[in-house]
Design a protein around this ligand. Structure first.
Ligand code: PMP
Length: 282
């Protein structure tokens, strides 16, 4: 089992993080998760561009280029013999004596990446998942894929304790996104999702879905919608790198539509499958 550690590929057991690494102490860093199908990364460039942009938004200029990262991760996937799974990567502001302000110039960022086998959640694709609603208590820069995930963690734990797959977050009456996914409602054949602003992470799955909809003539509308709109939707879906397009069949114990995955969601799933096949093969 190999990992990427500061630009090199080494044995996982050899990777050592300093106790004063800012990722460990403050969550001061950014991360990405890239899906791997048939040993190939899906939408790698989009993810790596978002990593660069998340880093820029917290005042970090990444010490590695997108090309360098992509080739490091491709080598890692090959060395670990990964077929279907993920690559997780994170970059922190490095190790330095504890102080909230940024460390002095010259402190090296810490880059870590590893792979994990992960099957596609095909049962969820077919049967849908249950969800709960939870108040969105996170900060106001949810567009940054930051290591600070406490608001997301507490919401996801609430869902897990309720036997649910995801917590759908709302700020007052407005639905924002899931604890680790974007939320799509389907009404009268149109896909509706929260605008890509500071209240949500602009998911790569969300962006892929937008392109798929444009190419297939399915209306994709970015606008705010309410808890009432969610509960009155014809269909609901969650989207993320690991969940792909997963139908939601229950919110807070109430059925969505007739309680089974809807036909627009199924269409989106099949178009998403085709995109995976196009990029990564069958
Ligand atoms: N929102 C949040 C809060 C997330 O953690 C994720 C998963 N990374 C997403 C949305 C979906 O993003 P993506 O499609 O890029 O995985």
């Amino acid at each position: 089992e190999y990992v990427v550690f500061n630009g090199e590929i080494i044995e996982r057991s050899q990777a050592k993080i300093d106790v004063e690494d800012r990722g460990y102490q403050f969550g001061d860093g950014v991360y990405e998760v890239i899906r791997v199908y048939n040993g190939k990364m899906f939408t790698a460039n989009e993810h790596l561009e978002r990593l660069v942009s998340s880093a820029e938004k917290i005042g970090m200029k990444l010490g590695w280029s997108i090309g360098e990262l992509e080739s490091l991760f491709a080598t890692l996937i090959e060395k670990n013999g990964l077929g279907t799974g993920i690559v997780y990567m994170q970059v922190t502001r490095g190790a330095s004596p504890r102080n909230h302000a940024f460390p002095p110039a010259g402190v090296a960022q810490t880059l870590v990446a590893y792979t994990r086998d992960m099957k596609r959640p095909v049962n969820n694709f077919a049967n849908g998942v249950k969800t709960i609603l939870a108040e969105d208590i996170r900060w106001l820069r949810c567009d940054i894929k930051s290591l600070n995930l406490l608001g997301n963690i507490l919401a996801k734990q609430k869902a897990a304790e309720a036997g649910c797959y995801e917590a759908i977050l709302h700020r007052g009456e407005k639905i924002t996104e899931g604890s680790s996914s974007n939320i799509f409602i389907i009404k009268d054949g149109a896909v509706i999702t929260h605008p890509a602003n500071n209240y949500i992470l602009n998911g790569i799955t969300r962006q892929t879905l937008e392109k798929i909809c444009a190419a297939s003539g399915i209306p994709f509308i970015e606008k705010e919608f309410t808890v009432a709109d969610l509960l009155g939707a014809d269909e609901i879906a969650v989207g993320s790198t690991t969940s792909e397009i997963t139908p939601v069949v229950e919110v807070d114990g109430k059925h969505v539509g007739d309680g089974a995955p809807g036909h627009v969601t199924k269409k989106l799933q099949s178009l998403f499958d085709q995109e995976i096949e196009r990029q990564c093969g069958k």
